[in-house]
Design a protein around this ligand. Structure first.
Ligand code: KIV
Length: 303
């Protein structure tokens, strides 16, 4: 595994996770060693810091931000500039994890040259260490790899294909589509992809691809046999407002925590119990006395 500590940094991050920078070659080494890869999406500075300090290996600024942060119905509306804006915020927070930026719909669906130009923006303007593209875009992956941009592929249920798929449906359920998925996965790896997200495919299909592929697979709704797992941050914490997909496990109820805290605050304001005297600033004693003096002497004393 490649070991790069930040200059002047000792080897421990604040949550006790060693600050050994995760790189794309490090993910490959983890696959070789059979070490599971943990991955999560993140979209802003504060939560990205927590994710990184918790020791997650790969942070994805996913285009799911269109839905979970911006409230769109699907991921299609998000723009390159919006993705860059969020990637920059995450970049300021993430020190250890591999930082991957999702290329949004439309940013790589024209020519390879356009896709390459947009990918370069994520590296140059936002500090991404890799980009993710959906679908078997083999020529694009080859061009990005030749341009020194590490790529994460994404096959199976690719949310940017929602209209072609007719909704978010599990993919690879027939012998024909399974063979096509396997061929696409192999072609992406041969073109230089460093890792592959497998989303919404039967466990057996993900297991077979993981066993055959030389690069790590990161599953979401693809069963436990992938080399790693990824979830959407808001799903993990119950911060989405729709019933979760079958593969989501809620690890905490941040919605209840936030709602409870905000209601408590509102009640305190309404009861005038917030802020209290200790939460208030006070004048120095001398100034207080000087201001009191005119009341007693009729003159304001200088202090
Ligand atoms: O945009 C996203 O969050 C993703 C992950 C779910 C893989 O693509």
């Amino acid at each position: 595994m490649s070991i790069t500590n930040f200059p002047g940094e000792n080897s421990s991050a604040s949550a006790g996770v060693p600050l050994t920078k995760v790189t794309m070659p490090a993910l490959l080494e983890m696959k070789r060693q059979g070490k599971p890869i943990s991955s999560l999406t993140a979209y802003d500075y504060a939560t990205s810091r927590l994710v990184d300090e918790a020791g997650i290996d790969m942070v994805l600024v996913g285009d799911s931000l269109a839905m979970v942060v911006m409230g769109h119905d699907n991921t299609l509306a998000i723009t390159v500039d919006e993705m860059l804006h969020h990637t920059r915020a995450v970049r300021r927070a993430v020190r250890r994890a591999l930082l991957v930026a999702d290329m949004p719909f439309g940013s790589y669906h024209g020519t390879v040259a356009e896709g390459l130009a947009n990918a370069i923006r994520f590296v140059k303007e936002a500090g991404a260490e890799a980009v993710k593209v959906e679908g078997p875009r083999v020529e694009l992956v080859r061009a990005l790899t030749e341009a020194e941009i590490p790529v994460v592929g994404h096959l199976g249920l690719t949310p940017q294909s929602i209209h072609r798929m007719g909704g978010y449906r599990v993919q690879g359920r027939t012998a024909e589509t399974v063979l096509a998925l396997k061929a696409d996965a192999m072609a992406l790896a041969e073109a230089g992809a460093g890792a592959l997200v497998l989303e919404g495919v039967p466990r057996e299909v993900a297991a077979a691809i993981t066993a055959e592929l030389p690069i790590p697979t990161i599953g979401i709704g693809a069963g436990p046999d992938c080399d790693g797992q990824i979830l959407v941050f808001h799903d993990l914490l119950n911060l989405t407002f729709a019933p979760p997909a079958k593969f989501v496990r809620r690890y905490a109820d941040a919605a209840a925590l936030i709602r409870g805290a905000v209601e408590h605050y509102r009640e305190d304001v309404e009861r005038r119990t917030f802020p209290n005297d200790e939460e208030s600033y006070h004048l120095p004693e001398a100034v207080r006395q000087a201001l009191d003096a005119p009341v007693k002497t009729g003159k304001l004393r200088k202090v």
